[in-house]
Write a protein that binds this ligand. Structure first.
Ligand code: SF4
Ligand code: SF4
Length: 377
C-alpha cells in the first residue's frame, strides 16, 4: 500500500517569500533545466529544482534549513536558462533573506529589518539616541582651534554605545546562527555528518576567502569583483577600527586624528575605496539588468555601504579642508550609518557572511558541496 503525505503549505511564508524577492516562484513547472545548468550543485538531489517545489508548496522549515541554499552564489545562470522565467537563482536569494528573519534573535528585529514600513522606526531609534547623547555629552557648535570630532561627541560616549552594540550584535548573531544549525541538523542531517564542525570550517574557509565559487558563474562573472570589494572592504575597515581602538587608543595611548601617512589609516582608506568600488559594481549590475531582481535587503546593503564609505571618507577630508559648516552634520550621518551597521547586522544582508559560512560548513559535513571540482577554491 502506498504511503501518503499531506502537504500543509505555510501561506504566510509564501507571501513573505514574494516580498523577499521570490515572487516568480509560482511560474516553475519542474522541468529541471536549472539543476542541469548549475555548476555548483551536486549530482545527488541537486538544487535549485527541489527548492522551487518546496517554495511553491510553502515548505518553510525544510527550505529555511536547507544548506544547499547557501551553496548557491546567485550567478543566475539558471535564471537565464529557465524556460518559464521563474528565476530560481533569485528565489534562492529570497530564501537566504528569509533566514535572517526566521532565525533572528530577538524575532521582532528580523521583522523590522525585512520591511520598508519599519524603516522610519529603524532609523528613528539611532537618530533620537544620538541626538540625545550629543545633547548630554557633545556639542553642535564647532569651537575655535583645530577641528576635532571628539568635540562633537566625546570618545567615551561613542565607545560606550558602539562597543555595547558590537557585543549585542555578536550575541544576537550567535543565537541566530545556532538556531539555523540546529534546524539544518533536524531537517537535513538524516544521512549523517562527517567529522566535527571546526576542521570542516577550516577546510571551507580558503574557498570563502578566495571567492572561488563566484568564478564558476557563466552569465554574471563580474559579481565576483563587486562581492570581493565589499567583502575585503568590510574586513579591512573592521581591522582598522580594531587596531585604532585596542592598540593605539588603549595600548599606546595615541589619540586621533592620525596622519594620512599612518599605515593603519592607509589601510582604512584603501578599505573604504574597496567598499565603494565593490558597491559601484554591484549597483551598476543591478541597473544594467544583469542582476534583474533586487529586494529590499539588497538595496539596504548597497545604501549602507555607500553611506558608510562616503561619510567616512568625507569626515577626514572635511577635517583636513577645515570645512566647519558641514563637518558635524556629515559626522552625525556617519555615526548613524555605523549604528545601523552594528545594531542591525544580525538581521540584514550583512548577516549572510555568518549564515553562508555555517551553511557551507554543514554542507561540507553532509558532503553536499563535493561537485565536479572537489572543494572549489
Ligand atoms: S525553475 Fe525554471 S528551469 Fe527550474 S525547474 Fe522550474 S521551470 Fe524548470
Ligand atoms: S544562481 Fe547560479 S549557483 Fe545558484 S542555483 Fe542558479 S546556477 Fe546554481
Amino acid at each position: 500500500m502506498s504511503e501518503h503525505h499531506i502537504v500543509e503549505p505555510d501561506l504566510k511564508f509564501i507571501k513573505d517569500m514574494k516580498r523577499a524577492g521570490g515572487d516568480s516562484m509560482k511560474k516553475c513547472f519542474q522541468c529541471a533545466t536549472c539543476s542541469v545548468v548549475c555548476n555548483l550543485t551536486p549530482d545527488d538531489s541537486p538544487f535549485p529544482r527541489k527548492e522551487m517545489i518546496w517554495a511553491q508548496w510553502g515548505q518553510k522549515d525544510r527550505l529555511l534549513s536547507d544548506p544547499d541554499v547557501w551553496l548557491c552564489h546567485q550567478c543566475n545562470d539558471c535564471s537565464e536558462k529557465c524556460p518559464r522565467g521563474a528565476r530560481p537563482g533569485d528565489v534562492l536569494g529570497a530564501v537566504r533573506n528569509m533566514s535572517f528573519q526566521h532565525f533572528a534573535f530577538p524575532r521582532f528585529m528580523g521583522t523590522w529589518l525585512s520591511r520598508p514600513a519599519y524603516l522610519p522606526l529603524v532609523l528613528g531609534i539611532p537618530f533620537a539616541l544620538l541626538w540625545i547623547l550629543i545633547g548630554m555629552y557633545g556639542n553642535w557648535t564647532v569651537p575655535e582651534g583645530e577641528l576635532k570630532y571628539s568635540n562633537f561627541l566625546s570618545v567615551a560616549a561613542i565607545e560606550g554605545i558602539y562597543i555595547t552594540l558590537f557585543f549585542l550584535a555578536v550575541i544576537a548573531l550567535a543565537v541566530g546562527v545556532n538556531r539555523f544549525w540546529k534546524s539544518m541538523v533536524h531537517y537535513h542531517g538524516e544521512k549523517g555528518l562527517m567529522g566535527a564542525p571546526v576542521p570542516n570550517l577550516l577546510s571551507v574557509l580558503p574557498g570563502i576567502l578566495a571567492h572561488g565559487r563566484f568564478k564558476e558563474c557563466g552569465e554574471n562573472k563580474d559579481r565576483y569583483w563587486g562581492h570581493l570589494g565589499i567583502f575585503y572592504g568590510f574586513l579591512g575597515a573592521a581591522t582598522t577600527t580594531g587596531i585604532f581602538t585596542v592598540v593605539y587608543y588603549y595600548g599606546l595611548g595615541i589619540h586621533s586624528p592620525y596622519p594620512m601617512s599612518n599605515p593603519v589609516k592607509m589601510l582604512g582608506n584603501i578599505s573604504a575605496l574597496a567598499l565603494l568600488v565593490g558597491a559601484l559594481i554591484v549597483t551598476f549590475k543591478r541597473f544594467s539588468g544583469d542582476d534583474k531582481k533586487s529586494s529590499y535587503y539588497d538595496w539596504s546593503l548597497i545604501v549602507l555601504v555607500f553611506g558608510l564609505g562616503l561619510t567616512g571618507w568625507a569626515s577626514q577630508f572635511i577635517r583636513l579642508a577645515d570645512m566647519r559648516s558641514i563637518a558635524y552634520p556629515n559626522y552625525f550621518l556617519h555615526l548613524l550609518f555605523v549604528f545601523y551597521f552594528f545594531a542591525y547586522l544580525p538581521y540584514s544582508k550583512m548577516a549572510h557572511l555568518a549564515y553562508r559560512t555555517v551553511g557551507m560548513v554543514f554542507a561540507r559535513q553532509a558532503q553536499r558541496d563535493l561537485v565536479a571540482k572537489e572543494d572549489i577554491a
